[in-house]
Design a binder for this molecule. Structure first.
Ligand code: HPA
Length: 270
């Protein structure tokens, strides 16, 4: 893994000469954030050695390099999900690459189903913690100490200073935000009503199929993380349980301008 990561990093460095400080992973329906970047380079995943290739609808599949307010950013337009059949090592490979390109702060966005009764479709939720119920762990197996420690402290998966800053930005920009705990399941089915209830009982506010592995691996390498989720459907026992991928994309697209502003300002001020 170490050698593959370094090989991919070397390839990108030679091709772009770019050193990003911020990494951004764009979730379902949130890929338009790329328009906020003054793009200097763009590399489709299939041109990157060792990179998996993205398949899911709504994900373009390229790495974008550029500036936001003078700060250097690399953004993944399209991420890899465990449910697509990738291993956890593949899902998190781009995060490892980001680290060795120079990224110190990882910003992750996603779409999720809300189970907190105070949430509504279209809400923007700043994540302050997560519950990992994915069936496989990205750090399982022999630990490579060059990346990080065997037994990783996960008491602050989402950086508290970044959360405070994002909340200040939200106030200044007039963006209504909530905060919450994200629970990661493998999917690809949306939850049954009983499963949504379980998610709520377990103490989470929203549920989705991504983010948790990337954040674990970023923390493994000492990167600070910021996570933001768009509530695209409400999964409670009174709900109609009719969520579809199209509805998720639609709700995410509606909230996108606000999420974009939030992330953009976070980077500009970073
Ligand atoms: N469940 C899981 N993943 C999701 C959901 C959901 O309700 N909405 C968007 N991604």
């Amino acid at each position: 893994m170490w050698n593959e990561v370094q090989e991919t990093v070397d390839y990108i460095k030679k091709r772009t000469g770019f050193t990003p400080r911020f990494g951004v992973i764009l979730g379902s329906g949130l890929g338009g954030f790329a328009d906020d970047i003054e793009i200097e380079h763009s590399i489709p995943y299939n041109e990157l050695p060792n990179f998996p290739v993205s398949t899911v609808e709504g994900h373009a599949g390229r790495l974008i390099f550029g500036k936001i307010g003078g700060n250097a950013v690399v953004a993944m337009q399209g991420r890899f999900h465990y449910y697509e059949g990738y291993t956890m090592q593949q899902v998190t490979f781009p995060v490892r690459v980001m680290k060795y390109l120079g990224v110190e702060t990882l910003v992750v966005s996603n779409a999720s189903g809300g189970v907190n009764p105070f949430y509504h479709v279209g809400d923007i939720v700043i994540l302050y913690d997560h519950i990992n119920l994915m069936p496989e762990h990205p750090l399982r197996g022999k630990n490579d100490e060059r990346f990080g420690p065997r037994f990783l402290n996960m008491s602050e998966p989402y950086n508290l200073a970044l959360i405070s800053k994002a909340k200040e930005i939200a106030v200044t920009q007039g963006i209504d935000v909530k905060d919450g705990i994200y629970l990661g399941l493998q999917g690809p089915t949306f939850e049954t009503l009983a499963e949504y209830r379980m998610v709520k009982i377990l103490g989470a506010d929203c549920v989705g199929m991504s983010t948790v592995p990337e954040v674990i691996v970023a923390r493994h390498m000492g990167m600070d993380c910021f996570g933001v989720s768009v509530i695209t459907d409400i999964g409670d026992s009174d709900g109609v349980g009719s969520v579809s991928h199209a509805e998720v994309l639609e709700a995410a697209a509606k909230a996108e301008p606000k999420v974009r502003t939030l992330i953009k300002e976070l980077i500009v001020q970073g």
